[in-house]
Design a protein around this ligand. Structure first.
Ligand code: HEM
Length: 582
């Protein structure tokens, strides 16, 4: 039995004789609590030493590059900002202004101001722990990395590490070179427009469910209520991706479990924001070994999502194989209900000709793709919808104009035919609406869900006359290019969908003269987003369902901020008004 005369006994050294305390249970004269505390101390110390050594090693590698690679030396340097103390500078570098730690509009303004001050579209700056980066604040430089010499620029270890914890290493997002080209060839047909319009019923039903919930909420309250728009858009895009990507019903119990786990992983509020930063800075095995509740929960969620998705893929593959055997006998084709059916059935046409390898994706690759679609396609589209509704809520004229366009389409009778349902026909028509398209493009310009693209050079290269050494890390600040007055005119910070409508007078023509790569929410070239069409069709259909039923206004006093890697809008509360009751 333990008789604590004083708690300090627990902290005393085991090498110190315990003359003043009586312990009836001990080993070699040392008490159990004392031994326990010391062992814990040793484990914590060991972990800290590992973390410091690992961070130091990364820092030294970066400093080595910084000091000895001519590439960084010959590029204008942003310098230490006057308003940043030395210790903050050593710790965060310019990341306080130039990374997800600041609101997106401030990030954009820092890149543009620094470019103008240095008179150079390419300049170097420091990321955290003084890790050097090269900013490419120029559409031509971005074009070089994305199109002209795309194979020379790969995802750096820091980006891979953060993503692979959730996605595994086999998906298209993390593949490089020939492996990436092969996966892209196989996957792209699943995102063909003809395949996507058939997802129309899913997009429409989910849009209607949200608006009905809003109206019920309002009816129950008996007065104007407000909704947290990002929360609802997260739910709707999660449902869409679960149903459209792998026919998984999010309304079932196990669907809800998946939804909750998934939402927690992607909730970018502190401290999980710090956690995702740590996951990209320190080796994940080191972080996973930490006995922190937050990390344990994060890992539990990641394992749950992976397990569920793997189960779905295995089941579908078995179904497909059984169906393929049947179809040989009965000349019917296996079903193509969602993206997963298309992935399971997809073949690589080039490999099939050579037949040297399996021409289809492996089970592990399909699982990784499915996880990638969820990660790459859900949060981004939720962010797009939330910011669009926010902009429309503070620009009533744009909202009315859009509603007129949508109502005209709603009043049109759409004939169903053998190959297309009415919903599919509607989605096809929605895709051609000029103003709807312009609204979404403008929203993506001001609030790109992906703020930056970071790449690492493999071989020596040159961008706009500046030498780029192997290992150099370049950063395309999409958010800055999208708000550059040189590209978009003096009203670059203003929401104006008209700038995307071609051929409306001389003034508009001048505003429309931007470099094609000055707008790159989905990137360009062979690494461009494969889900671009999916996202746009989904957003268009959901906006159609919402805005033909309700109008939205920003709740008075609401202070909206964007934060995090995917510029998640925080605290966007909208008042919703039933159009048929006003
Ligand atoms: C508004 C919505 C979306 C935006 C802004 C967006 C943006 C992007 C960006 C910027 C990339 C390039 C990332 C990089 O290489 O560093 C990307 C890649 C990708 N996105 Fe999207 N995305 C959106 C929606 C979707 C959807 C709905 C899906 C799938 C259902 C999807 C699937 C993918 C895939 C598979 C890649 C990897 C492409 C490759 O590396 O070849 N995305 N996306």
């Amino acid at each position: 039995m333990w008789q604590p005369d004083s708690l300090s006994s627990v902290w005393s050294s085991p090498w110190q004789k315990l003359s003043t305390f009586q312990w009836t249970t001990s080993i070699g004269g040392y008490s159990w609590p004392s031994l326990l505390v010391w062992s814990l101390g040793v484990v914590v110390l060991f972990w800290l030493v590992l973390a410091v050594v690992s961070a130091l090693q990364q820092w030294l590698v970066n400093m080595y590059r910084w000091l000895f690679t001519p590439c960084y030396k010959n590029i204008p340097f942003a310098g230490k900002p006057d308003n940043l103390s030395w210790w903050r500078y050593l710790l965060y570098g310019h990341a306080s202004f130039a990374a997800m730690m600041a609101p997106p509009s401030e990030i954009a303004s820092w890149f543009l101001r620094t470019r103008d001050a240095l008179h150079s579209e390419i300049f170097s700056y420091c990321f955290m722990f003084l890790a050097p980066r090269i900013a490419l604040v120029s559409p031509e430089a971005a074009k070089h990395v994305m199109v002209k010499n795309v194979r020379n620029y790969v995802k750096p270890p820091m980006v891979r590490q953060g993503l692979s914890n959730l996605l595994g290493n086999k998906g298209i997002l993390l593949a490089e070179g020939d492996d990436h080209a092969r996966q892209r060839r196989i996957i792209l047909p699943a995102f063909h427009f003809d395949a996507l319009v058939h997802l129309g019923p899913i997009f429409r039903t989910q849009g209607r469910l949200v608006v009905e919930r809003w109206l019920q909420q309002q009816a129950a309250a008996g007065k104007t209520t407000s909704v947290d728009v990002h929360l609802d858009m997260t739910q709707v895009t999660m449902n869409v991706i679960a149903l459209a990507a792998f026919g998984y019903d999010p309304m079932t119990d196990s669907g809800q479990e998946l939804y909750r786990a998934y939402r927690e992983i992607f909730t970018q509020r502190p401290p999980s924001r710090i956690l995702s930063l740590l996951f990209s800075l320190l080796p994940s095995w080191l972080l996973r070994s930490l006995p922190l509740r937050l990390i344990r929960r994060q890992q539990r969620n990641v394992s749950l999502v992976k397990r569920k998705v793997t189960e779905i893929v295995q089941k579908r593959r078995e179904e497909y194989e059984a169906c393929a055997i049947m179809s040989e006998k009965e000349s019917t084709k296996p079903p193509k209900r969602d993206l997963l059916d298309l992935l399971v059935a997809a073949r690589d046409p080039e490999m099939e000709k050579k037949s040297s390898h399996l021409p289809w994706l492996t089970e592990e690759e399909i699982t990784s793709q499915a996880l990638t679609f969820m990660a790459a396609g859900q949060v981004t589209t939720a962010v797009l919808l939330s910011w669009t509704l926010f902009e429309l809520s503070i620009h009533p004229r744009a909202q009315d104009k859009l509603r007129k366009e949508l109502e005209t389409l709603a009043a049109t009778t759409l004939e169903e035919n053998d190959s297309m349902s009415q919903d599919a026909r509607l989605v096809e028509k929605l895709d051609k609406l000029e103003y709807l398209d312009a609204v979404l493009r403008e929203s993506l310009r001001l609030h790109p869900p992906v703020l930056f693209v970071t790449r690492q050079a493999v071989q020596q290269d040159e961008i706009l006359g500046f030498p780029i050494s192997p290992g150099a890390i370049v950063n395309i600040p999409i958010v800055a290019l999208h708000r550059d007055p040189q590209q978009w005119g003096e009203d670059a910070d203003t929401f104006s969908p008209e700038r995307f409508i071609v051929g409306r007078g001389a003034a508009d023509a001048a505003r429309q003269q931007h470099h094609p790569m000055a707008w790159l929410p989905f990137l360009y070239g062979t690494r461009a987003c494969t889900g671009q069409r999916f996202a746009m069709l989904e957003a268009k259909t959901i906006l159609f369902e919402l805005l033909t039923r309700v109008s939205v206004r920003l709740q008075p006093g609401c202070e909206v901020k964007g934060y995090g890697m995917v510029s998640v809008p925080r605290d966007v509360h909208l008042q919703v008004f039933d159009l048929y009751k006003e």
